[in-house]
Design a protein around this ligand. Sequence first.
Ligand SMILES: *[C@@H]1O[C@H](CO)[C@@H](O)[C@H](O)[C@H]1NC(C)=O
Length: 228
Amino acid sequence: MQLSLTQPSSWILLLLVVTSLLLWKNVASVPMCAMRNARCFTFFEDTFELAGSLSHNISIEVSELFTDFENHYAKVPGLRDKSLMRCHTSFLSTPENKEQARHTHYEALLKSADMILDVWESPLNDLVSELSTIKNVPDTIISKATDIKKKINAVQKGVNSLISSMLQNGDEEKKNPAWSRLPLLQSNNEDAHIRSLYGMISCLDNDFKKVDIYLNVLKCYMLKIDNC
Ligand SMILES: *[C@@H]1O[C@H](CO)[C@@H](O)[C@H](O)[C@H]1NC(C)=O
């Protein structure tokens, strides 16, 4: 890692990470490192550890949401019609799988995770609010989606603070295309509406499997864990 604590600026960067970590869990009482399993974790390591763990949990929860939704609306005609599905993130060129992620430089990997999180920020809000408007939607689907959104926001904060402290130009203005609502989301046809939400959840599922892979490959790399 480029960071050395002998540089005064590193302390400022470290503080940034600490500040963000406080949003994740209470580490205020731990000045230098956090003891876990008789090991002293630095704040960087801790942030990577948390980002990996949380993104893995989110990826599982998104898959559950997808399955719940699919089972509940199985009778909607054309629900699984793949030709109707197009992900708004398909233009991003990011590593496709673990093998590719392992061969990607850590900076690029962190940026890839950040890009995916970024392009989902506003669609995710739409998804959660639209879900609550469909007919007979089970409470479990709404609460799962709301929980996912909350956790994704936390991962995004963690990844942002890692980016701004580790990468040069980490704060440069982001150039992601603005998200426009999918036309189908505004459809008055209930079945079409359900199909478009199903498509979005399917995209979120794919994309979050990637974020999970990236952040856990990074965690392995940063924490020097073998065989993972
Ligand atoms: C992820 O889930 C596991 C198992 O439920 C839990 O122990 C862990 O604390 C979760 N990780 C985070 C960062 O919330």
